[in-house]
Design a protein around this ligand. Structure first.
Ligand code: NAP
Length: 521
């Protein structure tokens, strides 16, 4: 099966044999993709002229209705998406739900948030008087960009990765073109196919390019937006593309991150300790740790580190790892051999500075799978005694079920260690100590996009360290890419450009008639 590209309102096969997508449990090929022979410049042109123009004839509210309909189509085909997730990602039910249901939920949230916005642009702030008599004034507005929103996505979230970006872009009135990561393009492609078939969106509002990005970046203009998720290395290639630089193409980057869970001075057996243990094991095993937000470092008081290692190891020992077709399995494989190799290499870097306290066997036997052809990595816990003098544990992101305990001797050290990630998407703080919670949250705030604080009062009501909530910010500074996504209607900023009108009150009043107030953004 060769997955077709959808551009210029048509399905088109790429040339040649294409690149293979595999089942990471059996190693069998499940599909191929090719973008060769596809006229990317024409695809972008068509999306701008047809898709964006048509979308911008509608109000935000009307576009919100479209999002609601897209969510309905995806919900109707949910079972099919779970099957594809199983075949192409080795996903368990929980893994598939995280991605697919997360996508549908995000669309529904944006459909709801956008519904009250009866307008075509956004009015920002109050009118500014520029003359003593008020005859000359200024007003800021946000106008949707007139180009196309290009999404270059990572392999780990083929469903959510598309729709968490598409929801605010389409709501803003921008046509979208998605280039999914090659290894898992199948699910993204099937979702696009279902939405196209349903005829919900105007012609040109959605396009998909499967396979290599080729010359995609070279044809973007100042009217377009790039929203990228993936490795820091590819992010750098995108940022420095000569066309992107010379045309100042707006770029949002979500890259890798060494997220931390931080335990306060809370003894073993206390609710914060137990909450952290549960969360670490969930983060290590859900999607086999292939989440940009997963806990990579556990920062814990030195006197508690051994007990913590024991408690996490005991829970990990109960997790069945293997073929997700087996109902007992709770942790599946990595997505392909390349990711398995990269994770094992990363693990060996960590093991030079930290001792393995659980797992770490490169030859372990997964359930109902052939060790040689499948792509599993055994969930592995490490402990690094001298984390402030170590490098790899604070620098190497092992994109798999691997995490390291980093002991600290003071609150200042805990803060310093969290900041050693050089900018992260998320950190979570588990403690009942008020001063610790306060000091750590503010101490790490400038280095993190999101901070989750869980204590006995919050208990199991917290939304999860790794869960990205559509109404809350997703993105982090520095190494995490410096991007911002979601956070409710704030996400619309990426797809709008601010302008100010300096004029008489009549001109400003006339423009304002089409605008909605920005107080929600
Ligand atoms: P990747 O290798 O950087 O690839 C990401 C995307 O970039 C893919 O679609 C890839 O296409 C494309 N790409 C590669 N080279 C390109 C180029 N020269 N020009 C344009 N596009 C290019 O990352 P990945 O392995 O898919 O994903 C894993 C990484 O993503 C991890 O480091 C993880 O931390 C990060 N991640 C971050 C977030 C977040 O929200 N911050 C979320 C998920 C993952 P091909 O597949 O065709 O090469």
């Amino acid at each position: 099966m060769k997955l077709a590209n959808y551009i210029c309102g048509e399905w088109k096969q790429g040339d040649g044999d294409g690149q293979a997508l595999v089942d990471p449990v059996t190693g069998e090929q499940v599909a191929t993709v090719s973008s060769h022979g596809i006229d990317v410049r024409r695809a972008l042109d068509y999306a701008r002229r047809q898709g964006t123009s048509a979308l911008q004839q509608l109000t935000y509210s009307q576009r919100a209705d479209l999002l609601g309909k897209v969510a309905e189509v995806l919900s109707a085909n949910r079972a099919e998406y779970f099957e594809i997730s199983k075949k192409n990602l080795g996903a368990t039910e929980a893994d598939a739900s995280f991605d697919v249901d997360g996508a549908i939920y995000t669309l529904k949230v944006y459909a709801k948030l956008g519904k009250p916005l009866e307008g075509k642009l956004i009015k920002e702030g109050a009118t500014i008087p520029l003359s003593k008599t008020g005859v000359f004034q200024a007003q800021h507005f946000l106008n949707p960009l007139s180009g196309v929103a290009v999404f270059i996505n990572a392999f780990n979230f083929p469903a959510w990765g598309l729709w968490e970006k598409a929801a605010p872009a389409l709501l803003s009135g921008m046509a979208i073109l998605v280039k999914p990561a090659t290894p898992t393009a199948w699910l993204t492609q099937r979702m696009v196919e279902d939405v196209v078939k349903a005829g919900i969106l105007p012609q040109g509002a959605i396009s998909i390019l499967c396979g290599s990005a080729r010359d995609l970046l070279d044809h973007l203009t100042e009217d377009d937006v790039i929203s990228f998720t993936g490795s820091a290395q590819t992010a750098q290639t995108i940022r420095t593309n000569p066309n992107v630089v010379s045309r100042s193409v707006r770029t949002n980057i979500e890259a890798d991150s060494l997220n931390a869970a931080i335990l306060g001075p809370d003894a073993p057996g206390t609710p914060p300790f137990d909450l952290l243990v549960k969360e670490v094991v969930r983060e290590m095993t859900l999607k086999a740790g292939q989440k940009c937000t997963a806990i990579r470092r556990i920062i814990a008081p030195r006197q508690t580190a051994a007990a913590l290692a024991e408690a996490i190891s005991a829970k990990l020992a109960t997790v069945r790892v293997g073929n997700p077709k087996n109902a007992e399995v709770k942790c599946g494989p990595l997505v392909n051999k390349a990711q398995q190799k990269s994770a094992l290499e990363g693990l060996s870097h960590l093991a030079r500075e930290a001792k393995v306290v659980f797992g770490g066997d490169p030859n372990f036997q997964p359930i109902d799978a052939d060790r040689a052809t499948s792509c599993f990595v055994q969930p592995t816990l490490l402990l690094c005694e001298k984390p402030l003098q170590s490098h790899a544990v604070n620098e190497v992101e092992v994109f798999g079920p691997v995490t390291t305990i980093l002991p600290y001797d003071s609150t200042e050290e805990a803060i310093e260690l969290a900041r050693r990630g050089s900018g992260s998407l998320v950190a979570s703080v588990f403690s009942d100590d008020s001063s610790f919670k306060h000091q750590v949250t503010l101490g790490i705030a400038s280095a993190h996009g999101r901070i989750l604080v869980a204590d006995s009062a919050v208990g199991s009501n917290h939304t999860g360290h790794g869960n990205v909530i559509p109404t809350c910010l997703h993105g982090g500074p520095g190494r995490a890419g410096g991007g911002e996504e979601l956070a409710g209607l704030r996400a619309l900023h990426l797809y709008h450009r601010r302008f100010v009108v300096q004029a008489g009150p009549d001109v400003i009043a006339e423009i304002s008639k089409q605008a909605v107030d920005a107080s929600a953004l």
